[in-house]
Design a protein around this ligand. Structure first.
Ligand code: AMP
Length: 395
């Protein structure tokens, strides 16, 4: 069922406690190198500010130990950057639930924003401490979750805090609403044919995704180094390609379960060293010579996959088809990305490397949805339910 969003509540004069994902990359001097995560939360933030809400933002940054402040992980630079984006002063509290936060929360006026210090400086964030959660929830009239990247977790700010809100409003932000719409709603009632294309380094990372998607898709196309473990399972020769020997049995089971739904590469672009300048050859899948390594799907596979993607009505893509960071072994990934961009299907790009690839290739605005979460988007594709979202109000 759809969740209530921040647009469904009136924040005027009320305190809104919003969990965002300001876990931005920084350089050694602490300067933010990519503010995308802050920009992505802007629609929800602006929606509260413009309607006269008093907004408290909380987030984690990095992996501090949880026993007090660590300057390297302070959220102070994110508050400054948010102020620039909003073009208004943004207050910053040097603690999360301490005296400074308390004073600044009490003085918040309508349309003002306060960023609390990193929630993970407090042990209670990871332990889900009820006292820590009650303090945060006690300040707020409305709780909003717009931190998709953390939705698969049960940290206090994600779960104990909304639970501590009791009967007060608990809603999703626009970012989380959109992710759920595509990664869960569209996938559970897809227009067919529904084709998933999965790549990346390891079968072990994607077993649950493959299993879940085999249950709901019409075709699941496999690429990346993952394909060589499947090739071994079919008795193929993979040279010195990256494989997971302990996952060969599992690959056999997935092949048996998938039948014609599971589509494996028919050819492989290989090299004799891990370099774009190595000697190269294209061979039939399962015939990689000794001393050679598969680095990409071959051209015939790329063509077949592109055709299957063209005729699809719903497409999900997660994981590159080869070592896309090292041309010319980016060509399979490029071909697939272009086919998805050219198709009229509802196209959903899982987070992580496939999202990076589609952005890098300039196709991001030709697909329906590029997920912002790595682990969270994989968990959704695994069909997992998120407790942090389940506890929020239904429409
Ligand atoms: P993942 O994080 O599982 O989606 O894997 C992405 C990584 O898999 C990228 O860094 C790719 O370079 C790598 N990868 C994909 N195909 C291959 C391959 N054939 N051999 C080695 N690495 C690969």
């Amino acid at each position: 069922m759809a969740k209530k969003t921040i647009a469904d509540v009136d924040p005027k004069g009320k305190v809104v406690l919003m969990r965002v994902d300001f876990n931005v990359p920084q350089d050694d001097s602490g300067a933010i190198t990519d503010d995308r995560r802050i920009r992505m939360a802007m629609p929800s933030i602006e929606s509260v500010v413009k309607r006269g809400g008093k907004l408290i933002l909380m987030s984690h940054l990095g992996r501090p130990k949880g026993n007090g402040p660590e300057p390297k992980y302070t959220l102070a630079p994110t508050a400054k950057r948010l102020g620039e984006l909003l073009q208004q002063d943004v207050a910053f509290a040097s603690d999360t639930v301490g005296a400074d936060a308390e004073t600044k929360v009490a003085s918040l006026q309508e349309g003002e924003v306060l960023v609390l210090e990193n929630v993970r400086f407090n042990e209670g964030e990871k332990t889900g401490d009820a006292g820590f959660a009650a303090k945060l929830a006690g300040w707020a009239d409305i709780y909003c979750n717009d931190a998709f990247g953390t939705c698969h977790r049960t940290d206090a700010s994600m779960l104990a805090v909304p639970l501590a809100m009791g009967s007060k409003d608990k809603v999703v932000g626009f970012l989380v609403a959109k992710e759920i719409q595509y990664l869960s709603d569209t996938i559970s009632a897809p227009e067919r044919p529904f084709v998933a294309i999965l790549g990346g380094a390891k079968v072990s990372d994607k077993i649950n995704v493959i299993n879940n998607l085999l249950g709901i898709c019409d075709k699941v196309l496999i690429g990346g180094a993952m394909a060589y473990t499947f090739s071994l399972a079919r008795g193929g020769k993979v040279g010195k390609s990256l494989v997971e020997l302990d996952k060969v049995e599992l690959a056999k089971e997935l092949i048996a379960k998938g039948g014609d739904k599971l589509v494996l590469p028919v050819d492989t672009h290989c090299g004799d060293a891990f370099s774009g300048n190595c000697n190269k050859q294209v061979v039939a899948a399962g015939h990689i010579p000794d001393g050679w390594e598969g680095f990409d799907i071959g051209p015939e596979t790329a063509q077949q996959y592109a055709e299957l993607l063209h005729s699809a009505k719903t497409v999900v893509w997660n994981g590159p088809m080869g070592v896309f960071e090292m041309p010319p072994f980016d060509s399979g990934t490029k071909r697939v990305a272009k086919a998805i961009a050219d198709s009229s299907a509802t196209s959903i790009i899982g987070g992580g490397d496939s999202a990076a690839a589609i952005e890098q290739l300039g196709f991001a605005d030709q697909v329906t949805h590029v997920s912002t979460g790595g682990g969270a988007s994989l968990s959704m594709l695994e069909g997992e339910r998120f407790q942090a979202v389940d506890v929020l109000d239904d429409k």
